[in-house]
Design a protein around this ligand. Sequence first.
Ligand code: PLZ
Length: 455
Amino acid sequence: MTETSAPAPAPTAQPELDRARRLVTEIPGPRSIALMARKTAAVASGVGTTMPVFAAHAGGGLVEDVDGNVLIDLGSGIAVTTVGSSAPRVVAAVQEQAAAFTHTCFMVTPYEGYVAVAEQLNRLTPGDHDKRSVLFNSGAEAVENAVKIARHHTGRQAVVVFDHAYHGRTNLTMAMTAKSMPYKHGFGPFAAEVYRAPLSYPYRDGDLDGADAAARAIDVIEKQVGAANLAAVVIEPIQGEGGFIVPAEGFLAGLVDWCRANGVVFVADEVQSGFARTGAMFACDHEDVVPDLIVTAKGIAGGLPLSAVTGRAEMMDAVHAGGLGGTYGGNPLACAAALAVIETIEADGLVARAGAIEDLVVARLGTIAARDSRIGEIRGRGAMLAVELVVADTDAPDPALAREIAARCHAEGVIVLTCGTYGNVLRFLPPLSITDAQLHEAFDVVEAALAGIAR
Ligand code: PLZ
């Protein structure tokens, strides 16, 4: 290795947020290549990167790399920067909080920001019942705590999750996550008492409607677990890493009804789908599903690490004093950011903006799909959209095609992500601060990438 350090780029102002894509070097450019060499030498190789470039600035719908290339962002750092990566209210709130204090530990000397975030979560999440919230750092940590709360409340141990589910990388959430490679491979043994039920997956389910898919799942649960042993059913109302699968209408409601009738806690994992992402504040809202507990993270705090469990007061308060917590949970900087995110979503009408993004992107994808049968399905809601790619005129998953389209988009300065159990889903998660012009430019690139790959 010859170059060990790229010269630090001079600090410059944020790029204009309505700028177009701009490529001034090959992707990656020389500074990114030098930084990647340092990464390889210094960072554990288990941590991969989607893009070969290093970020210098980000905001609006753009990421500017260390070589001065301006990329269009259709990833939002995996559905995190819903309000943008440098939303003015978030930046100001974090700066102000940092100057006041960065940490006291809420369990030692509490502060108002944590309480205010809990109040906002109790107000915004589905249902008008009495609620309580508790804050953590990561999505996985919050999912684990939802399970702890459900077990404590019910006095039962079993947890049911679904095919294609993703709930995190900690030991319990690895057990809850479906896909072995890369998330679980070689990392066992996994936590006990986790059972998997079949999901509603309309594209691959034939004619199974939501109610029948729920009945199929409930049958598996009753036969293989037994309601009397079951603490919680945990489900992503729209699956994230598993392939942006939207269950057939009535599937979630059928599960909720069964849980209510059997004293089972219904937990919605809205880590990826929450906070305006799907054109509603929460994905559950699209079908008026009211979960007992809802897990949020990602979009909640504009990129600062924050997650939460919000739920029925009698369940949340079942846990003994001191039973929930953690050193950093509800860190004051993250809470200040979350309050600014919520203000931004409401003041800037971002729920409606996600709906408008859906209209624009689905129209663009529809045009492409009409003349290319390698797009098996267009699905998702709001600004959480995807295409499932298949071998032309079949429904056989084509992960190589997804990889190749993504690579071409990356080379052209458009950040896109793949997902899905079969790795054949291309997903689009733009920040809601992206402009229509940037979206059109990005989908011009996506369209050209697919057209350029021979069938
Ligand atoms: N639940 C529904 O989408 C995180 C994972 C990326 P953490 N998804 C992105 C990766 O490869 O690690 C996620 C999710 C749902 C839980 C999680 C976990 O959230 O904040 O990554 O722990």
